[in-house]
Design a protein around this ligand. Structure first.
Ligand code: MN
Ligand code: MN
Length: 425
């Protein structure tokens, strides 16, 4: 900051605080405050802001939604570093249509709900104990994170090898594109999980379903195909099952043995036990676990599981290879995205929110709450990659950076030479 700007900012803060104090203590008339604000704005060509947002030029009047406002302070009381029009990059699963079936429920946040999310979509699903997400497949790949409870997954690959496996909290699975699969809630209380797809317009309500496919195939063709009488298919449901309640599965070993007869098993190939993974980076401010093709060879979808402690910051960075789809698991915080053309926008996030960062847009994520802030970063390609501001500047001649930022070269020599991911260190 040059001296001129620093003086201006200091004076603006001082005057703003003085006016705010006066407004609070003496209930100064709106007109008088407006005059003072107008005078100051004319002097400095900048709006006056108060810590309590009680100046006439920033007050909320008329209809308001206090509950929503309280969750979104960065929107209601915009940071003065935010600027211009940036397409919204937040949507909450709480606003998504929830389809409730006998075996559980599901809802989705896709490009239809969040227009900017062109390359990825997400689904939340709850299955009761015994509840089955019908055997199906889709064009895109499915990356999944178990949030609560346990489920049994099944899949068969192109060589006919079977995966029958149980997945618990904090673990992942990946079903590659076109691979048929199912999910079933286990005891005692079923499961809740997140699914992420490398396709923005994905629709969980419109996948290739076993029942629907067979219903729309002539029975004589089914009989010929499987070499059985047509009557075998008399009871195939005329309508999709989608998510249905049924009996619990048989013991795991028994189902694995039967399903793998003749072709073999791939039980762990599609599963990644992230719950027992050591952090990729561990810092005073939090930790991150990166799961991509390097440690989970089957995946075409890379991910980072991030935990920020109170005050922790996921440092300034961007992703050169792909868009980032985020799911917020717990806690609260904020993210600012900078957009080319001097634009920036900050949103607040809490459990159940989806965030989205387009390719190469720089951003940070900060824990603004009093509990750990946990979120997932998911990418529609197989390799996790980011560029950090600190690492970039640390490896550019200090003379050149100083000529841009006027920070002094000393500041640059103090930046760690290796990317930290999370600060404080
Ligand atoms: Mn699926
Ligand atoms: Mn990121």
């Amino acid at each position: 900051m040059d001296e001129q700007l620093q003086r201006t900012t200091t004076r603006r803060k001082f005057i703003g605080a003085t006016i705010a104090g006066a407004a609070a203590s003496t209930a100064i008339a709106g007109a008088a405050a407006s005059t003072a604000i107008a005078q100051q704005a004319a002097q400095q060509n900048a709006p006056v802001r108060s810590p309590n947002h009680n100046l006439p030029n920033e007050q909320q009047v008329g209809p308001a939604n206090p509950a929503l406002d309280a969750e979104n302070p960065s929107s209601v009381w915009t940071l003065d570093t935010d600027n211009g029009t940036v397409p919204p990059f937040k949507y909450s699963f709480s606003l998504a249509h929830k389809r409730i079936e006998s075996g559980g429920w599901t809802r989705q946040v896709t490009q239809r709900e969040l227009a900017v999310s062109k390359t990825m979509a997400g689904v939340e699903m709850r299955l009761i104990a015994g509840g089955v997400r019908e055997l199906h497949w889709h064009v895109g790949s499915e990356w999944a994170f178990m949030i609560y409870g346990n489920a049994r997954i099944t899949a068969v690959d192109a060589e006919g090898r079977s995966c029958v496996n149980d997945v618990g909290p904090g673990d992942l699975w990946l079903f590659p594109e076109g691979i048929p699969h199912s999910i079933q809630g286990l005891g005692p209380d079923g499961a809740k999980f997140l699914l992420v797809f490398n396709q923005g317009d994905f629709d969980e309500f419109s996948t290739f379903l076993l029942t629907e496919w067979l219903t729309h195939t002539p029975k004589e063709v089914l009989a010929k195909n499987f070499a059985v009488p047509e009557s075998t298919f008399a009871e195939v449901p005329k309508k999709e099952l989608f998510i249905f309640a049924t009996d619990a599965p048989r013991p795991l070993a028994e189902e694995q043995k039967a399903a793998s007869a003749g072709t073999g098993e791939i039980n762990e190939k599609f599963v990644f036990r992230a719950s027992s993974m050591k952090p990729t980076k561990e810092r005073a401010g939090g930790e991150v676990r990166i799961v991509d093709r390097k440690n989970f060879p089957v995946t075409g979808i890379a991910a980072a599981i991030v935990r920020l402690k109170p005050g922790g910051l996921r440092e300034l960075h961007w992703h050169p290879l792909a868009d980032e789809w985020q799911y917020y698991v717990s806690g609260k915080g904020r993210m600012t995205i900078f957009e080319a053309g001097s634009k920036a926008r900050t949103f607040d996030f809490t459990a159940g929110d989806v965030g989205y960062v387009q390719q190469s847009r720089p951003h940070y994520v900060e824990n603004t709450g009093t509990e750990d802030f946990v979120f997932l970063e998911v990418f529609p390609n197989d390799t996790y990659q980011d560029i950090s501001a600190a690492e970039w500047l640390a490896h550019t001649p200090a003379r050149l950076v100083n000529q841009h930022l006027r920070t002094g070269e000393d500041f640059l020599t103090k930046i760690p030479k290796q990317e930290e991911v999370i600060t404080p260190l």
